[in-house]
Every structure is written in structure tokens, then in C-alpha cells.
Design a protein around this ligand. Structure first.
Ligand code: CUA
Length: 324
């Protein structure tokens, strides 16, 4: 019983790690559920095989009053060495292949285009009949119960779009268009991460996925398509934004800021995180980020604005945080 007492807490810790917003084993999407099943079936299969092989090992190595006949030994080798792997591996291959096409099928629901850039995500929604996209960044929102189609691009190097709680993972390759489709089954917040080494801040290239009931999603998308409000346009924060030339790199729909180098900031305050999953979306974090982006994301293209006056910086950050 002593080894069990020692091993049990460890097993619990390992299983606890299977939960959370970035786990294929606490699925919130059709494909993640199937991938979860594939994992458990393979785990169960490997446990059975492990027990079987150890049983055989035990059988042949213990001292036996009647040594195994040559015929039986040959039969065991053929059955265990060829027959069993053939059946087990072929079944696993067939099972694995049977769930794969589903994710490769283009969805008939919402269309999105996601572009991986060093080190953030450009996210464009193309609702039915739209002639131009609703642009956002570092957050993917998906309606529950529909199979959305994500067109994956890369702007610079290879990235990989990985959202284990909803579906699988697909590489984003420059000059090539890949697709992944996904169908959330429940409303919630999940975490995604770039899964292909893409440079210095690869580990800091995450995003949040928010799955919503279709009616909530439609309301959100309609609001997201709007530019910034008249009030926001008149605010002091906007004047500072213009003065500092932020619009050269960032777009703010409804203003003359049309920069396309960095993330669209029209509704930046409505996102759950800042800088692609690196910081919480608060005015303080925004101020820190604007002044010293390099401190949070080494190698980032955004220059630091630490020359700005403290009060001015906070006014700008508070104004940005208010753009929802
Ligand atoms: Cu992008 Cu790793």
C-alpha cells in the first residue's frame, strides 16, 4: 500500500493538469471531444498492451517445470510479433483517420481569416455577404453550434494555430492558405497558443477564444463592426493617440488612423488580454506596455513610448481600455 500512497498524489497532480482553458482533455468543441476520445482509447490500449507484454515476459522468464514447446513458442512469436500489432495498429490508424476529415471539411458557418505575425494574430471576420472584413486581433470569437471555417495565413515565418479546447492544430505557412474548421459546443473562454517555434517571443504568442451563443455572437459582431463612438473621438485620449502618431501602425475604424502594421485597436478594450495573451486588459497594463513593450515581449516590433509624460500615458491607456 505504501507505493500506492506515494504514487496517488502524483497521479492526481498529473490529472489536474488535464483541466483548464488550454487542455484537449476538457473539451468545449466537437473536434476536441473526438480528439479526447482518441487519447483515452490510445491510453487504454497501451495499458492493455503493457500488461500483456509484461505478462508474457513473466511467463517466459520464470523457471518452468515443463519448458515451452517449440511449436507454442513459434506460435506466440508470430501471434504477438505480427498478428497483434497488425490488428491493433491498423484499428488505431483507421480510427485516427476516421476523425481527421471532419476538421479538414470547410465549415458552412462563419468564415474567418487568421494571420500569424511575429508575435500576434490578425483576426478578420467575414460574415455572409460581407464585402470587407471586421478586423480584430489576438482574440477569436466563435458561435456555438456552427462549424466555422478558419482560413490560416502567415505574414512572415511559419506559425501554428493551436486551440486544443475546441479543435486541433494547423500550421500557418507563408505563401500558402491552410484551413481548419471548428464547432464549439458550449459557451466559454479558452486559450490558444502558437505551436510552431517562430522566433524570440514564440512562447508569448497566445490568444483567447471566446465561444458564444449565436444570438450573443451576432450582437457582438454587429457592435465590433462599428467604428469608435463620437464621444471617444472627442476625448483627450484620442488627441494624444493622434499626437503620438499611433495611427501610422494601428487602425481605429471611424477615424483617420488606418495603420496596418500592428493590431487593429477599434475595440481593443473589449478583449480579454493585451499583447497576445501576455498581459491583462487593464489601463495600468496598457500604460506599461506602451512605455516598455520590449520588457514584456522581447524582439517586438512596437517601439517603446517611455518619453511620454506619465499622466499623458495613463490618459491614453485609460482611453484605449475604454474602447469596447
Ligand atoms: Cu508564432 Cu510561434
Amino acid at each position: 500500500a505504501a507505493p500506492v500512497r506515494r504514487v496517488a498524489p502524483l497521479a492526481l497532480i498529473l490529472l489536474a493538469a488535464c483541466d483548464g482553458p488550454q487542455s484537449a482533455l476538457s473539451p468545449g468543441g466537437e473536434d476536441a471531444i473526438q480528439l479526447g476520445w482518441l487519447f483515452w482509447v490510445m491510453l487504454a490500449g497501451s495499458v492493455v498492451l503493457w500488461l500483456f507484454i509484461n505478462g508474457l515476459f513473466f511467463l517466459v522468464t520464470r523457471r518452468h517445470p515443463h519448458p515451452m514447446s517449440r511449436k507454442l513458442a513459434e506460435g506466440t512469436i508470430v501471434a504477438g510479433g505480427i498478428g497483434l500489432p497488425l490488428v491493433v495498429l491498423t484499428s488505431l490508424l483507421a480510427y485516427g483517420l476516421s476523425i481527421m476529415p471532419h476538421q479538414r471539411e470547410p465549415g458552412d458557418g462563419l468564415r474567418l481569416r487568421v494571420t500569424g505575425e511575429e508575435w500576434w494574430w490578425r483576426v478578420e471576420y467575414w460574415p455572409e455577404g460581407a464585402t470587407e472584413p471586421v478586423v480584430s486581433a489576438n482574440e477569436v470569437r466563435l458561435p456555438v453550434g456552427q462549424r466555422s471555417d478558419l482560413e490560416l495565413h502567415a505574414a512572415d515565418v511559419i506559425h501554428s494555430f493551436w486551440l486544443p479546447g475546441i479543435a486541433g492544430k494547423t500550421d500557418m505557412i507563408p505563401g500558402r492558405v491552410n484551413h481548419i474548421s471548428m464547432e464549439p459546443v458550449e459557451a466559454g473562454t479558452f486559450r490558444g497558443q502558437c505551436a510552431e517555434f517562430c522566433g524570440l517571443s514564440h512562447a508569448l504568442m497566445a490568444f483567447q477564444a471566446v465561444t458564444m451563443e449565436p444570438a450573443d455572437f451576432d450582437g457582438w459582431l454587429a457592435a465590433e463592426a462599428e467604428g469608435i463612438s463620437e464621444n471617444a473621438r472627442q476625448a483627450e485620449g484620442h488627441a494624444i493617440f493622434q499626437e503620438q502618431g499611433c495611427g501610422a501602425c494601428h487602425a481605429l475604424r471611424g477615424t483617420e488612423a488606418r495603420g496596418e502594421v500592428g493590431p487593429d485597436l477599434t475595440h481593443v478594450g473589449g478583449r480579454g488580454t493585451l499583447a497576445a495573451g501576455v498581459l491583462p486588459m487593464t489601463a495600468e497594463a496598457l500604460a506599461d506596455w506602451i512605455a516598455h513593450p520590449e520588457a514584456f515581449k522581447p524582439g517586438v516590433e512596437m517601439p517603446g513610448y517611455n518619453h511620454m509624460d506619465e499622466a499623458e500615458l495613463l490618459t491614453l491607456a485609460t482611453w484605449l481600455e475604454g474602447l469596447k
